[in-house]
Design a protein around this ligand. Sequence first.
Ligand code: NI
Ligand code: MN
Length: 225
Amino acid sequence: MKATFYGHACVGLQLSGADLLFDPFISPNKLAAQIDIDQLDPGYILLSHGHEDHLADLFDIQKNSKATVICNADIGYWLNKRGIKEVHGMNIGGAYNFDFGRVKMVTALHSSSLPDGSYGGNPGGFVISADDKKIYFAGDTALTYDMKLLADENLDCAFLPIGDNFTMGVDDAIRAADFINCKNIIGIHYNTFPPIQINEREAMDKFAAAGLNLRLLAIGESMEL
Ligand code: NI
Ligand code: MN
């Protein structure tokens, strides 16, 4: 299983059964200028919530790839009305066995309006079980006690927001790693905009001091999970 970071909260997961793409926000992100969205051909796009900095490139990438969009049911209807028929709607607490593995939609404490002001349902995160691994993609979220529900899941790694201001910052993400009982954390949702700039050295040191492994991938960089 391979993960590729496309900047902000956009992550590709290459599984044996499918390529997944989370929260496509690439072309408006100047830091990700070297990523060509036309080269992305996921089988599934997973959308944590409706904010622009998570779905900006969804329409273009979906049009090219015909990927199935996995998202909450409210956003699913909105996408249907805009011509995307390949949608698998879910909601918090529900899981479904796809051809590549199992996806469970879990709580995220955030908001979720769509770019045109439409209701975007509740924000969520995803737990992906595939290829004998279990991965948590938290989406945009505050630290929440609900994360403790994942403590017994034996997560192999977790993508957690660390940029603060709109989501958890570094200190709360360290507490989240404790709540979910997972030592391998990959940071997302930082540095893209001025309010979420972080000191990467300081973040690395704080995670290390807590006995955790924080990976901050360069945009375009991949790692084996
Ligand atoms: Ni958001
Ligand atoms: Mn966001």
